[in-house]
Design a protein around this ligand. Structure first.
Ligand code: 5GP
Length: 219
């Protein structure tokens, strides 16, 4: 049985960041997490923040779905106009998160999922610590990471070698994250991520109207 409450307990959306060296399984995990909430109502939903980048599209990538692909000039203009919540240079290209999409969803009580690096995560922490939940995904070993990068077959050997070097730098920031998960098994990792999301949604700071509810409880 569920009783009607006298106040509306809205929830503030959260910024859910998944970071990892590329090849650690983050893209698959993001897709599967989003899939779990596809049919959920606004307050149970989680949507992906689509970044803007100056990197050229990889085969199969779609503009407006994987990224918004823009020129360096356009990126610079967007940065100048303060249109990014955060932005950073990764692998010699620029990447940024459009601010308007995120604030609109957070205010409306919908969570936003981010696939951004440690530089972006740090900027979000500086701007909006209470709204941020960050998870770092580690590969089970560097050998496995290299194997996964090669299996992707989208990047040349040279690019894979560069990404391996970059992976070590990325991993060195693990202590800046709220949670760290070693991705040994995709299904188990997904469960862990979903558990974190569900628990974080219940946090006091995200329950708007709670003070009002307590006031009524006490009268
Ligand atoms: P990729 O080129 O493989 O799609 O992404 C390279 C790296 O850039 C990944 O580590 C990804 O998390 C990061 N990245 C993607 N979008 C953004 C963004 O908007 N901001 C930041 N700071 N990093 C991003």
């Amino acid at each position: 049985m569920s009783l009607q409450l006298e106040v509306e307990l809205n929830r503030r959306g959260l910024m859910f960041v998944l970071s990892s060296p590329s090849g650690a399984g983050k893209t698959t995990l993001s897709r599967r997490l989003l899939g779990r909430y596809n049919d959920a109502g606004a307050h149970e939903n989680i949507v992906m923040s689509i970044s803007v980048t100056t990197r050229p599209p990889r085969p199969g990538e779609v503009d407006g779905k994987d990224y918004f692909f823009v020129s360096s000039e356009k990126f610079r203009l967007m940065a100048e106009k303060n249109e990014f919540l955060e932005y950073a240079e990764v692998f010699e290209y620029q990447y940024g998160t459009p601010a308007a999409f995120v604030s609109q969803h957070i205010r409306g009580g919908t969570d936003v999922l981010f696939d951004i690096d440690w530089q972006g995560t740090r900027q979000l922490a500086e701007k909006s610590r209470d709204d941020l939940v960050s998870i770092f995904i580690l590969p089970p070993s560097m050998e496995e990471l290299e194997r996964r990068l090669k299996a992707r077959a989208q990047d040349s050997d040279q690019v894979v070698a560069k990404r391996m070097l970059k992976a070590e730098a990325e991993i060195s920031h693990w202590q800046e994250y709220d949670y760290v998960i070693i991705n040994q098994d995709l299904d188990q990792t997904l469960e862990k991520i979903d558990t974190i999301l569900k628990a974080e949604r219940l946090k006091r700071v995200r329950q708007e109207g709670l003070a009002e509810f307590i006031g009524i409880l006490k009268t």
